[in-house]
Design a protein around this ligand. Structure first.
Ligand code: NAD
Ligand code: ZN
Length: 352
């Protein structure tokens, strides 16, 4: 089959033929219908310091946000059948470590990531454990099914635990309106939040924040975010803060705008270690800080399925797919995403 392959420990990718993957007894073979580009793919393409330290097994088929049709199931597979439309949960867990056995598979100690530690989805076919194949309703638009993985990140940031406070009637602040931040705005809206403040520096993406349902979209280069949030919330601040940018100044802003006793979800990944004024940002505020990684398996996926029953929510997610292209043209997609003049780019497995 044809695939997008990382061959060398240097920038670039190659599009070439590789062996067809074969499913083991607990695996499914999926014919890829659509896959989407994530920032991680961009890092692997550019071969930044994260990629250099993280990627071990080359050659590697990259890509991890995808949907497809199950073509073959291993002999021990139950619950997934040939013909199912599935989306991939990227985190392949061992199911046996302490974290997995205590109901927290998303932080499995022996996790393998699709498209990072094992072959991914920018290809005609992919094999994953059946456990990681989330079966969608047959009628779901494949473009939407391709982005359920980042959508799950957004849902997890809004609902990071079973006993998290109800967002309804609260003030929320979303820092960073990349694909995941934008999706989280749509999720917050459905959750009945009173007011949503969105912060972003790209004009292109600011427009989408409004479309997702943000009440105020703030450019931090032009306006002081903390004073705006305080004045628009009668001095209270944000009850729920979602840090979705990975930008250190946004992280600091998030803690300062957080109301005492509020909660903050940290999902954006800073490039370097950052310092936080722990006393004032967390301790004296009695703040609740959630580290968000991946999706809770599989509570988040059920929440995603429920949200997708809402037609206007589906329309918003579709709107975030700003570009569609062939896998053969993936480098064009990388450049576009780098410029931030795109939100989600969905690829078809066409290699010409
Ligand atoms: P992204 O990285 O493109 O989004 C970040 C957005 O933040 C961009 O639109 C950028 O313009 C904006 N931004 C930059 N500086 C800002 C500032 N000072 N204030 C406000 N906004 C600012 O795309 P994404 O896919 O939505 O990813 C968001 C973040 O989440 C990234 O850091 C990514 O690495 C991380 N991530 C984390 C997980 C996880 O499981 N924790 C999963 C996927 C991605
Ligand atoms: Zn585990």
């Amino acid at each position: 089959m044809y695939a997008v392959v990382k061959d060398k420990k240097s920038p670039g990718i190659s599009i070439r033929e590789v062996d067809d993957p074969r499913p083991g007894p607990k695996d499914v073979l999926i014919k890829v219908l659509r896959a989407a580009i994530c920032g991680t793919d961009l890092h692997i393409w550019k071969w930044n310091s994260w990629a250099e330290s993280r990627i071990r097994n080359l050659p590697l088929v990259i890509g991890h946000e995808f949907t497809g049709i199950v073509e073959e199931v291993g002999e021990d597979v139950e619950g997934v059948a040939v013909g199912d439309l599935v989306s991939g949960e990227t985190h392949v867990v061992d199911g046996t470590c302490y974290q997995c056995r205590t109901g927290r598979m998303h932080i499995c100690r022996n996790m393998e990531i699709v498209g990072v530690d094992r072959d991914g989805a920018f290809a005609e076919y992919i094999v994953i454990p059946a456990f990681n194949a989330w079966v969608n309703d047959k009628g779901l638009d494949p473009d939407i099914a391709a982005v359920l993985e980042p959508l799950g990140n957004a849902v997890n940031a809004v609902f990071p635990s079973d006993d998290v406070d109800d967002p309804a009637g609260k003030y929320a602040l979303v820092l960073g309106c990349g694909p995941i931040g934008l999706m989280s705005i749509a999720v917050l809206r459905e959750a009945g939040v009173e007011k949503i403040f969105a912060v972003e520096i790209s004009e292109y993406r600011m427009r989408y924040a409004e479309e997702m349902g943000a009440d105020m979209v703030i450019n931090p280069l032009e306006e002081d975010v903390v004073s705006t949030v305080l004045s628009e919330t009668n001095g209270r601040g944000a009850d729920i803060v979602l840090e979705m940018s990975g930008a250190p100044p946004a992280l600091e802003t998030g803690f300062r705008a957080l109301t005492p006793g509020g909660r903050i979800s940290l999902l954006g990944l800073p490039d370097e270690p950052v310092s936080v004024d722990v006393n004032n940002a967390i301790i004296f505020k009695g703040a609740v800080v959630y580290g968000i990684t991946g999706r809770r398996m599989f509570q988040t996926w059920y929440q995603v399925r429920g949200l997708l029953n809402i037609p206007r929510f589906r329309d918003k997610i579709r709107m975030l797919i700003t570009h569609r292209m062939d896998m053969a043209d993936i480098e064009e997609g990388f450049h576009l995403l780098e410029s931030k003049d795109a939100v989600k780019i969905v690829l078809r497995p066409r290699f010409k």
